[in-house]
Design a protein around this ligand. Structure first.
Ligand SMILES: Cc1ncc(COP(=O)(O)O)c(C=O)c1O
Length: 170
């Protein structure tokens, strides 16, 4: 628990975000392990995960192992996230349960602005997507420190879009 409390203190200091160490923070042997197991825990066969292309390969591979089905979104500068959700067929969106996002991005190094998060959040909420936001590179930057998705008003308040962990009994 002391490790989770330290993470909560860091999240508060770095992003100004308050998290409950008991139910909103989980310790892993690496973020790859968490990303790899998330589809196993959350998706059922036939469910769709929205996976950017290009992206860190674990999102796609873990989804394939569990659900055998996914949609690739080709992200480009001109194709904003909201527009991508509009071009995905409704039937696919209905089956979509997770959206993987990663900024600062591997492999393209793109960074998400506060405006990006503000604009994209309503679509994520509308489609009841769990946002698997991979912030592995939050501390790699030259000037402006990258944001956390949890900093924008919305995601934290709409807790239904979070996977909450059962409170430990000990
Ligand atoms: C985008 C991204 N997420 C997660 C990871 C995995 O990091 P970890 O070493 O914490 O498992 C990597 C490692 O390359 C990565 O590039």
């Amino acid at each position: 628990m002391s490790f989770r409390k330290s993470i909560a203190a860091w999240m508060k200091k770095r992003f100004g975000v308050t998290l409950d160490p008991a139910t909103e923070i989980y310790s892993l042997i690496g973020s790859k392990e968490g990303l790899g197991h998330l589809p196993l825990a959350y998706l059922n066969p036939g469910d769709v995960a929205l996976v950017p292309d290009p992206a860190y390969p674990v999102y796609k591979n873990a989804t394939l192992l569990r659900a055998g089905s996914r949609t690739f979104c080709r992200f480009s500068k001109r194709m904003t996230f909201c527009r991508i959700l509009r071009v995905i067929p409704g039937a696919v969106l209905k089956k979509a349960k997770i959206l993987f996002l990663n900024y600062p991005n591997n492999p393209v190094a793109a960074v998400a602005s506060r405006a990006f998060w503000r604009r994209s959040w309503p679509s994520q909420k509308k489609h009841h997507l769990v946002v698997a936001y991979d912030n592995a590179y939050s501390e790699m930057y030259y000037e402006e420190p990258p944001l956390s998705f949890l900093e924008i008003p919305g995601p934290k308040r709409w807790g239904s879009n979070f996977i909450r962990f059962p409170r430990p009994t000990t």
